[in-house]
Write a protein that binds this ligand. Structure first.
Ligand SMILES: Nc1ncnc2c1ncn2[C@@H]1O[C@H](COP(=O)(O)OP(=O)(O)OP(=O)(O)O)[C@@H](O)[C@H]1O
Length: 261
């Protein structure tokens, strides 16, 4: 698998207001090419809002998100996917009755050249293209450890494997940037360990950038190259996992919430 051309993802002064509530307030950070960048913070800090702006679900009130020279701000979700940014969902969003292979094929959608007409007319060009996509799906299934499950309906797999299908489907879009929304939530300790090493493998083997929103601090600290810490919609710290762990503002933010709880 060859590394795609990955530019930096620059988030600048991102501000999101919902009817009187400022969910994000002037947040800036840069995701370096080929790195895992974690966004962490206590409940309500603005992590999901950041994720939703990056994937085009929410519009920024102010500020910008740029991938290299391309402005992503204001694009709809499919426009952002088309520029090589793929996401997974916190709650699994697979077609449960379709096979794992067909769910992965859905991830190839943006790369499909032959239109519905060519496919419907069963033109040889469409058949060749489909065969190429199926081959790539098999490669990605092997990479993610899903090969033996390709023929099974996705809904019949255990939860941890369904999360991997989500990840595999996002990889099938050949992204330059992968947005992972709590990829190990609800997993057993063994599944967490396996998923964390798979994510490290995606970074190291495919060279793509990964933005990770995750509550599991063990996974964040082991996996992330850089961490942005949010609290009440503001960026309160940033740096390597070691730096943010020692940062008094971060300790205060987490301890404060525990005391209030
Ligand atoms: N669609 C919305 N409408 C109004 N307020 C919202 C909306 N989405 C989020 N908020 C508010 O914005 C703030 C940030 O929420 P967000 O979900 O981004 O935090 P979070 O860090 O992801 O929290 P958690 O860890 O609990 O998922 C919160 O006060 C939340 O109530």
């Amino acid at each position: 698998m060859t590394a795609p051309d990955v530019p930096p993802l620059r988030v600048r002064d991102l501000t999101v207001r919902f009817a009187g509530l400022t969910a994000l307030d002037g947040v800036s950070f840069t995701v370096e090419p080929g790195s895992v960048h974690a966004v962490i913070g206590p409940n309500g800090a603005g992590k999901s809002t950041t994720f939703n702006v990056l994937s085009g679900v929410h519009r920024a009130t102010f500020g910008s998100v740029r991938l290299g020279d391309e402005e992503l701000t204001g694009l709809p979700p499919h426009g952002i996917t088309a520029r090589g940014v793929a996401r997974t969902f916190q709650n699994i969003a697979l077609s449960p009755h379709a096979t794992v292979a067909d769910n992965l094929m859905l991830g190839r959608h943006r790369l499909t050249r032959a239109g519905f007409l060519a496919a419907g007319l069963r033109l040889p060009s469409a058949a060749r293209e489909e065969a190429r996509h199926r081959e790539r799906v098999r490669e990605i299934a092997a990479f993610t450890g899903l090969e033996e499950h390709l023929g099974r309906p996705a809904g019949t797999l255990p939860y941890g494997l369904q999360k991997l299908v989500e990840l595999g489907r996002a990889l099938c879009a050949e992204p330059r940037v992968l947005l992972l929304d709590e990829p190990v939530a609800g997993m057993t300790a063994e599944e967490r360990r396996r998923t964390a090493s798979l994510i490290a493998g995606v970074r190291d083997g495919l060279g793509i950038s990964i933005v990770l929103v995750e509550h599991d601090m063990g996974v964040v600290m082991r996996l992330a190259d850089a961490v942005t810490v949010l609290d009440f919609g503001r960026r309160i710290a940033g740096g390597t996992p070691e730096q943010v762990q020692r940062d008094p503002a971060v300790v205060r933010a987490y301890l404060g919430r525990q005391e209030a709880a």
